[in-house]
Design a binder for this molecule. Structure first.
Ligand code: DX5
Ligand code: ZN
Length: 221
């Protein structure tokens, strides 16, 4: 099992002060920045694109930026995000016509590639791609909004994917996204997750450091 990573989702940050918010949440002990890209097409919400990723890099953010693409089509935005400083780029297989090609495209542009499984997407989608990805992101809510409740059936999926990852013997991160809180992170970690996205649970608190520290402690129990 790999080290625990906490990746705050900036969807719940104050966008009017984004640079400062990201700086503060990293100073508070977070490891990555989770960057939710929504297109009002693949998901019913609209957020931010490569310009904002570039702006965070220009502001001086050096931490890994974990781009979660909820867009369709996927391929044409990948080079722009790579140029804008993305570290990981993850996409939903349902939104790509040629999933293997999209993974290749992400890697050709020097980024790490992730695939995202929605709550109802079966684990079998990973069968012929697991040997190529760097990260599997399991959605524990339906994508589109922050602040939703964790869907319990995801826990079983976490265990299944952990087993698949271990069988490959490769260095693949298992990430969870949606409804992660201080009081359920221990149970999720016990199912083999090593990377935790949390939006409202962090940004809706006054003391980011206390929240991130408690999340890490609970995940490491
Ligand atoms: C949902 C996004 C999440 C979201 C998580 O589509 O992918 O990253 O911001 O928010 P919380 O942690 O509040 O459920
Ligand atoms: Zn996300």
């Amino acid at each position: 099992m790999q080290n625990i990573v906490i990746a705050p989702s900036i969807l719940s940050a104050d966008f009017a002060r984004l640079g400062e918010e990201v700086e503060n949440v990293l100073k508070a002990g977070s490891d990555w920045v989770h960057f939710d890209v929504m297109d009002n097409h693949y998901v019913p919400n609209l957020t931010i694109g490569p310009m904002v990723c570039q702006a965070l890099r220009d502001y001086g953010i050096e931490a890994p930026i974990d781009v979660h693409l909820m867009v369709e089509p996927v391929d044409r935005i990948i080079p722009d995000f790579a140029k804008a400083g993305a570290t990981y780029i993850s996409f939903h297989p349902e939104a790509s016509k040629h999933v293997d090609r999209t993974i290749g495209l992400i890697k050709e542009h020097g980024c790490k590639a992730g695939v995202v499984l929605n709550p109802a997407t079966p684990v079998s989608v990973l069968e012929y791609i697991i040997d190529k990805v760097d990260l599997v992101l399991l959605m524990s809510v339906n994508p589109g909004f922050g602040g939703q409740s964790f869907i319990p059936s995801t826990l079983r999926k976490c265990q299944q994917v952990r087993q698949l990852i271990d069988e490959t013997g490769r260095d693949i991160r298992l990430e969870i996204d949606g409804g992660v809180k201080i009081d359920n992170i221990e149970e999720i970690a016990a199912c083999g997750v090593d990377t935790f996205v949390a939006g409202s649970a962090i940004f809706n608190t006054d003391d980011y450091q206390a929240t991130v520290t408690q999340m890490k402690a609970n995940a490491e129990k």
